[in-house]
Write a protein that binds this ligand. Sequence first.
Ligand code: PLP
Length: 282
Amino acid sequence: MKNIAYYNGRVAPLDEMMVPMNDRACYFGDGVYDATCAVNHVPMAFDDHIDRIYRSAKLIDIDIPMEKDEMKRMLMSLIEQVEGDCLFVYWQVTRGVGMRSHAYSGAQSKPSIWAFVRPCSMRDPYGAYRCITMDDTRFLHCNIKTINLLPAVIANQRAEEAGCDETIFHRGDRVTECSHSNVHIIKDGVLRTAPCDNLILPGITRAHILNICAKAGIPVVEEPFTLEEMMAADEVFFSSSSALTCRVREIDGKPVGMKDEATFARIRDAYQQELRAECGLA
Ligand code: PLP
């Protein structure tokens, strides 16, 4: 199949899947999601993504009506039915279907489980990317991977309009993360990345990068950095499950980073190698 969608046990091609209007996703964005890429039909860091959606759901009082193993089997069966070397695997859990009402102690179905799988292509890991910056006007629960994504949608649109690849958010001077990735800097051989508080999503790629640094002896500081520090860094890069590690060469039209390829390349290459091994390509 070219792509596939799942909704509460029903399976259909993605553009034919119908969902009930009263699913609380439609009115409130009342749900959480996760996503990864499957290379060679192997979803990357699968257990980490499965664990994170259960954590996100718990943080907003959603009790996922499916065990983790069953969710993995359901997603694997979708992945196996779609053709392609690289697939985008997306799934979400919403609070369920019921008459529109903000509070959720009233009548509604059990939480709804949605998923789709479609072909994708990953960014060139050897490329150098351009970003813009924007005020981070999101809420204060960015650690929850909720489907409420309006500020991220607008931010990404602004990047696209500027001919750029990603938008880097900041609260005042403090850099937080990007519209759909985490951002890191390297200065004097040290990797610096924002701490996992309520202002950023705890990225799974970020966690893998920190492990790689620990193994490679690259020092890591999990502390916030400022816009000024970012502009003066030796390297700036963003990371996510679909972008992996993307080196940044320009922010707001000004050249940045590109001064410590050796350290960046150690991280990028180790991560590429890890993923190739995981997906049976090594
Ligand atoms: N930060 C935000 C806001 C995101 O939306 C994402 C990915 O979707 C990330 C960071 C990166 O997370 P991961 O590495 O788990 O894909």
